[in-house]
Design a protein around this ligand. Structure first.
Ligand code: NAD
Length: 350
């Protein structure tokens, strides 16, 4: 065990980072976690956890000191409600985080560096139809991502590639497609569609008011990948010899309306959908997993139903225990009102 690599996970206070740390610890690695905050829903399993702002070069040098490998997950990000309205902040913060973390890793002699990119890099012009053709890795160019978030991911993919070719640090690049699961943000404006819908369905079930809000007509489509598959795929790619960007997601396409119905079925209720204006992102997006299968001889295997059941049960518990903490009927009513809607356009600068 002692000869195993020492690992840094950035963004270890976040959803995927916290799960990744647990998995790496289970395999006997020594792990340092770094983030602006501690994990919110389960204490970290890391050997060491440092609160550091990775936009700052000196902090990146501290974070990457003495480790063999880095999994770079730190990012200022969220669901459509956040990334559609905070372009300047996202581009600014994430460029600083990624340029400084990669360069500090190189300076400190890190051997392998894992970068978490996104399906948001794919061009908008390929995603105008709900019946979208699954996206292959090479289709990221000619580039036209929808948001600043996607542009930053593309730039950092390029940065990793050039650091690998010119400076010799081994880099691996993954493009996640909508990862979901327990222990992820489920309220407050940064949550993503599966968590937001689980929360709204849970509130509907607990209050008996079965009307739930959906942004847009709900016919926009996506694929969703459960967190355990994501964490497994990350480590398979890190250990592989494949240095080009690789999709990591499910290739089962589903509309937001269908996703809401699936969650309601898991909760055992029928829902009435109220379609309201709100950010929707591209019309359709799916992952082409041909290269993933070829490179890793593997692909995500946990069904959407199973993953959603685990996620819904966790979120229902969260909602229920938050509801119990309300001290008065007035506080309870306010909580229910807040949980029924998702916020967007708020500018919450960090
Ligand atoms: P998350 O928001 O839960 O975690 C990101 C973490 O980064 C947060 O805990 C945040 O506090 C931390 N962070 C932000 N700014 C920081 C700073 N200046 N210094 C240090 N830490 C900072 O997000 P996640 O879902 O766990 O995503 C992890 C990575 O995967 C991110 O890079 C994200 O862009 C990428 N990704 C995620 C998805 C998804 O579906 N969850 C999809 C595509 C790409």
């Amino acid at each position: 065990m002692s000869e195993k690599n020492k690992i840094l996970v950035t963004g270890a206070g976040g959803f995927i980072g916290n799960h990744l740390v647990t998995s790496l610890k289970e395999q006997g690695f020594w792990v340092r976690g770094v983030d602006l905050k501690y994990p919110e829903f389960k204490p970290t399993d890391a050997d060491e956890f440092e609160l550091l702002d990775l936009r700052l070069w000196e902090n990146c040098l501290t974070a990457t000191n003495g480790v063999d490998e880095v999994y770079a997950l730190a990012a200022d990000m969220g669901g459509m409600g956040f990334i559609s309205f905070n372009h300047s902040q996202i581009l600014h913060n994430n460029i600083l985080i990624n340029v400084h973390t990669l360069d500090a890793a190189h300076k400190n002699g890190v051997k392998r560096y894992f970068y978490t990119s996104s399906a948001c890099v794919y061009p908008e012009y390929l995603q105008n139809d709900a019946e979208v053709t699954p996206l292959r890795e090479e289709q990221a160019y000619p580039a036209q991502p929808q948001d600043a978030y996607g542009w930053e991911k593309l730039i950092t993919e390029q940065l990793c590639t050039h650091y690998r070719k010119e400076l010799g640090i081994e880099t691996r690049i993954v493009r996640f497609h909508n990862i979901f699961g327990p222990l992820g943000t489920w309220f407050g404006g940064r949550e993503k569609a599966p968590a937001a819908l689980c929360r709204k369905v849970a509130i509907a079930k607990l209050t008996g008011d079965h009307e739930i809000e959906i942004w847009g007509d709900g016919e926009q489509t996506r694929s969703f990948c459960y967190i355990d598959d994501c964490v497994a795929g990350i480590q398979k790619l890190m250990r592989s010899n494949y240095p080009e960007p690789l999709n990591l997601g499910q290739d089962f396409l589903i509309s937001i309306n269908q996703l809401a119905d699936l969650i309601a079925g898991i909760a055992g209720i029928e829902i009435k959908k109220k379609h309201i204006p709100g950010p929707q992102g591209v019309r359709g997006r799916n992952s082409d997993n041909a290269r993933l299968r070829q490179v890793l001889n593997w692909e995500p295997e946990i069904s959407l139903e199973k993953g959603l059941t685990l996620t819904y049960n966790w979120i229902e518990d969260q909602v229920q225990s938050s509801l119990k903490k309300a001290n008065s009927d007035q506080e309870k009513a306010l909580f229910v009102q807040n949980m029924k809607s998702s916020t967007y356009s708020s500018r919450e600068r960090i």
